[in-house]
Design a protein around this ligand. Sequence first.
Ligand code: GSH
Length: 213
Amino acid sequence: MSGLVLTTFDWVPPPPRGFVRDIRIRWALEEAGLPYRVESVPFKERKAVHFEHQPFGQVPWLTDDGLSIFESGAILLHLGEKSEKLMPTDTRGMSDTKEWLFAGLNSVEMASLPWSLCKFSGQSSDNPIFQQFESFLKVSRLPHMEKVLATREWLAGPFTIADIVMADTLRLVDRFDGLTDFPAARAYVGHATARPAFQKALADQMAHFAKAD
Ligand SMILES: N[C@@H](CCC(=O)N[C@@H](CS)C(=O)NCC(=O)O)C(=O)O
């Protein structure tokens, strides 16, 4: 396959639509103006070839000519190396971008995802496990992000792949009203998702899954 090819599921049920992680890659590709195609693999019956590209049977993955890359963070880094619109080329800017990219994935999303999954599955707020996740997210992580986001527009100076990860992570928290006490984080999600590249990525993902209904 030549050029950039993004692979996602052929279909997913309605609740996760708009949040499937191919959106991070679509968003980056649109920001950079890089040409790409989207291909699909079955959601319901995952074949051996799917696991050859993504060992957990998940999506997304990206192929760039002969190279196949899984993990959205690794894919974003790959794209960041292709376009200054996604990652600065100076040492400081590149380092800040990588630092915040990993902070998004490994410090914020590691706290927000279990919380969001509890919300998604309708866990009661009396559940002690949910309360632990609530405290992890809302005491140990979001107040610190709030301070950072109150002082800057984007995490690493210009808009970068780090903002794609962080905004998409916080967007899911906002979906479950988890940002009501964090106005700077909410405003950050608002102006990140107002970007035309995000709007195009979102519309394309929604259309892709709707086509298979
Ligand atoms: N760490 C992976 C996570 C990928 C992931 O969670 N993909 C979801 C879609 S958003 C998926 O494939 N879910 C189906 C499953 O886990 O079986 C990444 O960031 O690429």
